[in-house]
Design a protein around this ligand. Structure first.
Ligand SMILES: [Zn+2]
Ligand SMILES: [Zn+2]
Length: 256
């Protein structure tokens, strides 16, 4: 049984064949998933799909690329949504220095506001990080994110920063890049993260694992991520699947 902790089944790339994609996920053993919404369109859609499917949950947050669009109105909206029974985390939120639509200071401010909201409503967070690891760790420390814990989603930096994340009660989630032939960092990380802090994800439709790299990603392919990590750690895929699923259920506070 697998738990894909980060999917975007709520985006238009799945409008044509969403049911088919969910069926293939079930066939591949993907029992649970969390659909991540990150703006006005994707948040209601994530919640709607979660409402229709018992083992699918939703996370709601404001993406750092669009930080410039988040006002007090959106923040209040997010707070209201945390009351929904299928909303299990706030996010994705964080910093993305690859794109420059939102200036860094705006991104940081919006990130801090969402961490404060998470602490206020006592909900864990999902952190998106692109080329901003040091600033992210600093903000998480300053904002006391350890109190609520979180996920470093699609972790893609060196092992050097893993301990700081673990110290703040964070989980490390790995996705498709761990299977890429030329990716050394996620492979090293896959070996050192304590098994009880490890999660797996697809981040679909992005980052499809090998041998589907470059194609549209989907939750069924999380099995390829699990297979690769099990191989790197020298454990069975069954053990890796069981542990990461248990971790996700605990992290999202889902009662089985
Ligand atoms: Zn992300
Ligand atoms: Zn994402």
């Amino acid at each position: 049984m697998l738990f894909d902790t980060h999917v975007h089944l709520n985006v238009s790339q799945f409008d044509e064949d969403r049911e088919e994609v969910m069926r293939r996920a079930k066939e591949a053993g993907v029992e649970y998933m969390v659909i991540v919404g990150f703006d006005h369109e994707t948040i209601p859609k994530a919640i709607k799909i979660a409402e229709e499917n018992p083992s699918i949950y939703a996370a709601v947050g404001w993406h750092p690329v669009d930080a410039i669009d988040m006002t007090e109105k959106e923040l209040t909206w997010l707070e209201e949504l945390t009351d929904h029974p299928k909303v299990v985390a706030l996010g994705e939120m964080g910093l993305d220095y690859h794109w420059d639509k939102s200036p860094k200071d705006v991104q940081k401010d919006v990130f801090r506001k969402q961490i404060r909201l998470a602490r206020k409503v006592n909900m864990p967070i999902i952190v998106h990080n692109r080329e901003a690891t040091e600033d992210i760790i600093q903000i998480l420390q300053e904002e006391n994110a350890a109190e609520i814990g979180g996920i470093m989603h699609c972790y893609n930096d060196s092992v050097e920063y893993v301990q700081a994340c673990l110290d703040m009660n964070f989980y490390i989630s790995l996705g498709g890049p761990v299977t890429f032939k030329n990716a050394t960092l996620p492979k090293e990380v896959a070996k050192v993260v304590p098994i009880d802090r490890l999660l797996i994800e697809t981040d679909c439709p992005f980052l499809a694992p090998h041998p589907n790299r470059g194609k549209r990603n989907e939750p069924a392919y999380v099995s390829l991520v699990a297979e690769k990590i099990a191989e790197l750690r020298g454990i069975s895929i069954e053990e890796l699947s069981q542990k990461t699923t248990e971790n996700a259920l605990r992290f999202f506070r889902i009662a089985e």
